[in-house]
Ligand binder design. Structure first.
Ligand SMILES: Cc1cc2nc3c(=O)[nH]c(=O)nc-3n(C[C@H](O)[C@H](O)[C@H](O)COP(=O)(O)OP(=O)(O)OC[C@H]3O[C@@H](n4cnc5c(N)ncnc54)[C@H](O)[C@@H]3O)c2cc1C
Length: 482
């Protein structure tokens, strides 16, 4: 990298905040999706919002691409560096700035780890509801950028429901404030636009989050079925009865096997395991839990357990929360896929996944946020076996296509990032993508903030908007877009 630019960065963050050594840069070459790797030109570690602003101003002046990075747990390659660009890590912006119980909100810097928010407020009986399984590591900035979900988002809503306001450094270095401390604001919901924008609209330097009061009672039920079809029928029966459980999670036999090998949660050996959590007023929870038991039994559950203590409840959840990482126990490598389907198509989708898996000769374990219809098929492979990594990628892609075919979506919570951008055209028509580009260009006309992600192909903002016009070379059959 041009020494002049490096020196400008050094003036902002000092030697401590600048990484250029090739070995150290490798830490940042990928996120949780390790199939894609790019070594950045430099990594910048600002410690304050002002430093983030100053760094972005330098990038803008030098027309240098930058990628924001939280904890790097993303599973779609969102924080994958851009070749010759820089990574701006927000890990040092990790302070909880303000806790306001009376108004049920908290102001945090983006590098604060998700679980730390709940930890900071739990003594007063509050919690931060969005709970990705990676919550012990992932950052609030990453959660905002991905609109992350978690087991309890069925009832409480995804990250977007819990972000009241944001301080953002725009890609030209201007600092803006979106939303605010009150629940509703006039004008366009730009906070809503920013949440889920995957680092393409700028960098969050502060977030105002909503806190939720702990319910009086929480009960967790575990039910074992012969198959995911029966477990799926129980999910439909519970939702169809008008209940909104705090969480409904499902795991298949292979996922159970991996979780058991890893954390010994005491799960029964079954084809479909359901975890149902209810929370609220004690009398209501107890009555509804009885109904859940009956509905599960009617759908074929042959073992039903309700956790009798907080410790038992935690053990039940430990298995589910560890499910992704536990795959390492049964496979050297795996791809975590993330798609959404209408709940009622679950039996069809499961049998299709089984067919695709046996055609590809690769095992697929399944973990679901079943209440949302959010599937996480885990495609298992061994990178050392020639061709298996590619075959796993193809299979993971086929599963996404299946989700779209049944009326679902290519991502529920992990984002599009690098991994799924090619699938955006399968879900959206060109005019939809054009409209999204217009939004992008309003925030980042120079396409400096996480360029090359989310959209199936890069468009220059100066390009004429409207339906896509093929390049003359494309029309002549000499070139094509991928
Ligand atoms: C074991 C495991 C389990 C997981 N479980 C879940 C789950 O249950 N639910 C779920 O939703 N996800 C889950 N994930 C995925 C991942 O943890 C989430 O996407 C998380 O929000 C990423 O946060 P991060 O801090 O690691 O972000 P990164 O991976 O560092 O970045 C993710 C994206 O956010 C952008 N970004 C980061 N910080 C900022 C910022 N301050 N401003 C603007 N953009 C920024 C990056 O550019 C990138 O595009 C899981 C991952 C793992 C490894």
């Amino acid at each position: 990298m041009d020494p002049r630019i490096l020196s400008a960065f050094r003036d902002v963050v000092g030697n401590q905040g600048l990484i250029t050594h090739p070995e150290e840069l490798r830490t940042y070459e990928c996120d949780g999706l390790t199939n894609f790797r790019v070594t950045p030109a430099a990594v910048l570690l600002p410690a304050t919002g002002d430093q983030v602003r100053d760094l972005v101003r330098i990038c803008h002046r030098e027309r240098l691409a930058f990628v924001a990075r939280g904890s790097g747990t993303g599973l779609s390659g969102g924080a994958l560096p851009v070749r010759d660009g820089v990574v701006i890590s927000l890990a040092r912006l990790n302070r909880i700035l303000e806790i306001d119980y009376a108004n049920q909100r908290v102001v945090v810097e983006p590098g604060v780890v998700n679980a730390m928010v709940t930890q900071a407020v739990s003594a007063k009986g509050f919690f931060y509801a969005p709970d990705p399984s990676s919550q012990l590591v992932c950052s609030i900035g990453g959660n905002v950028a991905e609109n992350s979900g978690g087991a309890h988002c069925l009832k409480y809503g995804f990250t977007t429901t819990h972000v009241l306001g944001l301080e953002v450094v725009l890609p030209d270095g201007e600092v803006i404030h979106l939303g605010g401390r009150t629940l509703d604001r006039p004008g366009y919901d730009l906070t809503g636009v920013f949440v889920g924008s995957e680092g393409t609209l700028g960098i969050v330097t502060k977030a105002i989050l909503r806190l939720v009061k702990r319910p009086e009672l929480v009960q967790t039920l575990l039910a074992a079925f012969d198959s995911t079809n029966e477990a799926g029928a129980a999910v439909s029966a519970i939702i169809g009865a008008g209940m909104v459980p705090a969480a409904i999670e499902m795991m298949d036999r292979l996922a159970i096997k991996a979780a058991e090998a890893s954390v010994h949660a005491g799960y029964p050996d079954c084809g479909g395991l359901l975890l149902v959590e209810l929370d609220g007023a004690a009398a209501e929870v107890e009555t509804l839990m009885q109904q859940v038991r009956e509905l599960c039994a009617a759908c074929g559950a042959w073992e039903i357990r309700v956790a009798q203590s907080e410790a038992e409840r935690m053990v039940i959840w430990r298995g589910r929360k560890a499910a992704f990482a536990a795959m390492g126990r049964i496979s050297p490598n795996y791809i975590v896929q993330d798609g959404v389907i209408p709940r009622t198509t679950l039996p069809h989708v499961m049998s299709e996944i089984e067919r695709l898996s046996s055609e590809a000769g690769l095992r697929v374990a399944n973990v679901f946020h079943a209440g949302d219809g959010n599937l996480h098929p885990l495609v298992l492979y061994d990178r050392k076996i020639p061709g298996q990594e590619k075959a796993a990628e193809v299979l993971a892609g086929e599963i996404l296509r299946l989700c779209v075919q049944v009326g679902g979506s290519i991502t529920g919570e992990h984002g599009v990032g690098e991994e799924k951008k090619a699938f955006m055209s399968e879900m959206f028509a060109e005019p939809d993508l054009d409209t999204m580009q217009l939004v992008r260009c309003a925030f980042d006309p120079d396409q400096l903030s996480n360029p090359g992600k989310v959209f199936p192909r890069t468009r220059l903002c100066a390009e004429r908007t409207g339906p896509y016009e093929p390049h003359p070379l494309e029309k002549a059959g000499i070139a094509e877009f991928f």
